[in-house]
Write a new protein. Structure first.
Length: 404
């Protein structure tokens, strides 16, 4: 990957780092990394860091030093940049023994190396410009934006919807729980995988310094988590303490943390109670056409469910529910008996569905979550409420497996 003279001069400085973070598809025919595009780099600070590392890779140590000096001038508490600067200065004088080899404890070095890898991966494996996540099938207009957090690559993406079009707005590096992801119980220090909502906003001035400029608690555990027996609470998306720019990838007790400046930019897009938060281990990027097909299929299933309910034909209505269906406090048999009794007592039923969101549920194959406002009218009862349904594709059709 490097010319022999360059390897002798800088030793293994970021060589292993780049080799670990990149794949063959990220290199040109000569074995060099291609230059980044504006779209591939998320912010000016991250751009400076990536250019610094690429300059080192190409042997342009003077240029690397200029880039990293400008970065530190703008953000002096960027610990990773300070480490890289120290290594560049050392490389200019004599061969290095490795990335951050001088003056670093092993724990500190491991965390900063992992952060550097995560930031490089975003550049080396940037999603295609027009691709969309398979899990964001439909964002309701009332939400306008959605948050997608890739816990595997430590990245938070923000998307907006205009009509049926989903567009990536920006993305940031983030840190997650010390225990990794897939939270199961209280105290495991893991970040959950699933679909949630921003439940509230807490301004930074009312919080301890460790939360930075503010926090967005999410509604973990949701009803699906409770159904699966998952426990714990207090999962927030929040800023970073004032003395540091960013944290290593695995550094919280389960929360998602990002730099304060990135948090403030995120804050501009969030609607409390409405913005969906998808936490997923990796992202499956697809074309918008693939999303359209899933949206149409699921929407047709929801419309059939609505019409079957209005028909007051309980067996037609119940055919939309899986044999494994459960709802909080009620088995399928109890639910069916309840619906037969209620439907038979009505002279008419009208059901409206609006503000529909459709999302693939991370970690659950062939399952989508449908969220909407339900307007119910009958001869004896009227009500509007939020509803969340979990549909699974089984035996050639979408059926509801859980409802809350």
């Amino acid at each position: 990957m490097f010319a022999g003279s360059m390897i002798r001069r800088i030793g293994p400085f970021i060589v292993a780092l780049l080799l670990t973070a990149s794949g063959a598809h990220s290199l040109d025919e000569a074995g060099h990394l291609s230059s980044p595009t504006v779209e591939q780099l998320s912010s000016s600070l991250e751009q400076r860091l990536v250019w610094t590392l690429l300059d080192v890779q190409a042997g342009r140590l003077d240029d690397a030093l200029e880039h990293v000096n400008r970065l530190i001038e703008k953000q002096p508490d960027f610990e990773l940049a300070q480490l890289v600067r120290g290594d560049v200065l050392s490389a200019l004088a004599s061969p290095l023994g490795g990335f951050g080899a001088r003056g670093s404890t092993q724990d500190r070095l491991d965390g900063l190396r992992d952060e550097a890898k995560a930031r490089l991966v975003r550049f080396l494996d940037a999603p295609p410009a027009l691709a969309v996540p398979a899990d964001l099938v439909q964002i309701p207009e009332t939400a306008s934006h959605a948050i997608l957090i890739d816990t595997h690559n430590y990245r938070l993406y923000v998307f907006e919807t205009i009509g049926n079009e989903t567009r990536r707005v920006f993305d940031f590096y983030v840190s997650i729980g010390k225990g990794g992801d897939d939270k199961r119980f209280e105290g495991d220090e893991k970040t959950p995988i699933g679909l949630y909502r921003v439940a509230s906003y807490l301004p930074g001035e009312r919080l301890p310094d460790m939360y930075g400029k503010g926090a967005f608690p999410i509604d973990y555990p949701n009803n699906w988590d409770r159904f699966l027996g998952r426990t714990g609470s207090g999962i927030w998306i929040h800023g970073t303490e004032s003395a540091r720019y960013s944290r290593p990838p695995l550094s919280s007790r389960g929360c998602v943390t990002l730099s304060n400046q990135d948090f403030l930019r995120l804050k501009e897009t969030v609607k409390v109670g409405q913005t969906p938060v998808v936490l997923s281990r990796g992202v499956r990027w697809v074309s918008s056409g693939s999303i359209d097909a899933v949206r149409e299929s699921v929407s047709e299933a929801v419309e059939s469910w609505r019409l079957d309910w209005e028909s007051r034909d309980s067996e037609r209505y119940l055919s939309n529910y899986s044999q494994s269906f459960r709802t909080p406090g009620m088995s399928r048999a109890a639910f069916a008996a309840h619906k037969r009794r209620v439907n038979s007592s009505k002279s008419f039923i009208k059901v409206g569905v609006r503000d529909v969101g459709i999302y693939g549920y991370p970690g659950e194959p062939a399952m989508v979550t449908v969220e909407f406002t339900q307007d119910y009218r009958s001869d004896s009862f009227n009500a509007s409420k939020k509803k969340r349904q979990y549909w699974r594709f089984e035996e050639g059709a979408w059926r509801i497996v859980f409802e809350s």
